[in-house]
Design a protein around this ligand. Structure first.
Ligand code: ADP
Ligand code: MG
Length: 556
């Protein structure tokens, strides 16, 4: 590879047979981050793909190392994020003999990847790498797996016989058919209750400027999906996130920009949507168009380019949706009502704190331009509604696959990318205590690479809910913990902050709003040191009551 490398970051865990690959990667200028578990390494590499539009690499050893990374491959493909995984595998001449860590990796990789392949010789490796990079970013982005047998690693090759290929061109930008664009514009123009839904495909496509123009030009209400928050800032007057249910339930036309009608959007079906809602679907993946709902117009193409086409159409036949319409009034009333309810909970003075109080203080004290990583059931859901995003691609969470355990890997990736591109931006990783546990040892990675990440663990002693120390003692009286501790419970009052101080970062254990404020101020002010604030909250604290019986799942 030349100095003009397009792959900048590699995350992994070395061992037989891939150690030399990591050393060689560093030698050509790729930044290598050694992680503590392949799963977190793979999540990190996939986040690089989302953040930069170029795939990050995850490097793993054979057998178990490869298997631990499958979660990351699946998560990347589910999220439509580019990723390259390079896995060592057992020597070819020992195959089927019970070799060390032997496993059918290429076959196993097929289910999780757009491409799963082993080069047939050393000579074709450059061509295979090019194909993997290209496949990961062309069309709908996703994960690609390249298998490197152990005996390849130290094999000699005559340079002249290697088939060098240039790295692929950036993905081609496709636009929608003109007739589809004008049909869509006419449907929008006739709509009484329009709604723009912005998905993370729009964030990935860097469509923020065009979408913002469309919102402003036409006066359309918009709703971001969780990771699309910030494509248009959450404090834009047309953001109707705080009236999500009302907006979805009553919109007569929905313009879907890079979001799938999957569980996150209730499949686009009643009772969450009108049975006669007209969906204008915009996506880069033709196979996605028409999933679950028959669209009124289909615009196949790149989000940013297609949004520009719509803008051109509306410059020919101007449309300004009236801000004094019944629809806007209804949405605004709902926003005010919902915001008041959250405010009431946030200002409660009782101890232990509830989620809303914690997020109220976080929102007040973190920098507006920070990159937010968040996971954990209640922590992620309530945090999403309470903490605004103002910039695109600055929120990473459990995503389409609802994966818990992604947080620390994502935060490490975001901090690596920020260090090179936007060093003024801090990474703040807000974790439930259970979610933090999946990859807690990556705190050592954070400290080793001196990444000034602030981790906030919102600790309710459990998964969804937990027990306080007294109830815990009572429960143990019943006998063996394995038979009487509620499956949702984790050890009460665990001092997760000590994991951070163990490796030289700063740890804070906080129980009151004042302690929380002080810890937040101190860690935001210290731009050099990683820190972890362990926030004890009411183990029974829950989200505010949902209005509709079908709103019980964690994403809602
Ligand atoms: P969300 O979780 O925010 O609802 P999804 O991951 O379900 O978003 O959907 C993202 C969609 O964006 C996918 O269907 C994907 O094909 C599409 N997509 C990704 N990149 C682009 C792009 N550049 N242009 C258009 N669509 C894109
Ligand atoms: Mg918890």
């Amino acid at each position: 590879m030349s100095a003009t490398i397009n792959v900048e970051y590699m995350f992994g865990i070395v061992g037989i047979p891939v150690t030399e690959i990591a050393i060689a990667a560093q030698a050509v200028g790729i930044k290598y981050v050694g992680m503590r578990n392949e799963q977190a390494a793979c999540y990190a590499a996939s986040a690089v793909g989302y953040l930069t539009g170029r795939p990050g690499v995850c490097l793993v050893v054979s057998g178990p190392g490869f298997l631990h990374a499958l979660g990351g491959m699946a998560n990347a493909t589910m999220n439509c994020w580019p990723l390259i995984v390079i896995g060592g595998s057992s020597d070819r001449n020992q195959e089927t003999m019970g070799a060390f860590q032997e496993f059918p990796q290429v076959e196993a990789g097929r289910l999780y990847n757009k491409l799963s392949v082993r080069p047939s010789s050393l000579e074709v490796i450059p061509a295979i790498i090019e194909k993997a990079v290209r496949t990961s970013i062309y069309g709908r982005p996703g994960s690609c797996y390249i298998d490197i047998p152990g005996d390849f690693v130290n094999l000699q090759v005559n340079k002249r016989s290697v088939k060098y290929v240039e790295c692929c061109l950036p993905p081609p930008i496709s636009t929608a058919e003109h007739s589809a664009v004008s049909k869509a514009a006419s449907i929008i123009a006739h709509s009484k209750q329009p709604l723009l839904i912005i998905g993370k495909g729009a964030a990935y496509s860097h469509a923020e400027n065009n979408i913002r123009k469309l919102v402003d030009l036409c006066g359309l209400p918009f709703l971001p999906t969780p990771m699309a928050k910030g494509v248009v800032p959450d404090n834009h007057p047309n953001c109707v996130a705080a009236a999500r249910s009302t907006a979805l339930q009553h919109a007569d036309v929905i313009i879907l920009l890079g979001a799938r009608l999957n569980w996150i959007l209730h499949f686009g079906l009643p009772p969450r949507f009108r049975h006669d809602v007209k969906v204008i679907q915009i996506d880069i993946c033709a196979e996605e168009l028409g999933n679950n709902v028959r669209p009124a117009a289909i615009l196949l193409g790149d989000i940013s380019a297609v949004t520009k086409q719509l803008l051109e159409e509306f410059s020919k036949r101007p449309l300004k949706y009236p801000s004094n319409s019944e629809w806007w009034k209804r949405l605004r009333d709902k926003i005010t009502y919902n915001e008041e309810r959250s405010k009431g909970l946030a200002l409660q003075k009782s101890l232990p704190m509830n989620y809303y109080t914690v997020f109220h203080h976080i929102r007040e004290l973190i920098p507006k331009d920070c990159i937010l990583v968040s996971e954990g059931a209640n922590t992620m859901d309530i945090g999403r509604t309470m903490v605004p995003n103002y910039y695109p691609r600055q929120r990473l969470d459990a995503g389409t696959f609802g994966t818990m355990g992604v947080g620390l890997g994502f935060a490490i990736a975001a901090a690596m990318v920020a260090k090179d591109r936007t060093p003024e931006k801090r990474v703040i990783c807000i974790e439930g205590d259970s979610a933090f546990g999946f990859s807690g040892m990556e705190v050592e990675t954070i400290c080793r690479y001196n990444l000034p990440i602030l981790i906030i663990v919102v600790n309710n002693n459990g998964i969804y809910t937990g027990l306080d120390a007294d109830s815990w003692k009572e429960v143990l009286k019943f006998g063996d913990p394995a038979t009487c501790v509620p499956p949702v419970s984790l050890l009460p009052n665990s001092h997760y902050e000590k994991i951070m101080s163990a490796f030289g970062g700063k740890g804070y254990f906080v129980k009151t709003p004042e302690e929380l404020q002080n810890a937040l101020k101190a860690s935001v002010a210290d731009k050099q040191t990683p820190s972890l604030i362990n926030v004890m909250i009411d183990p029974q604290s829950e989200r505010k009551k949902q209005e509709f019986p079908w709103l019980t799942r964690s994403n809602l």
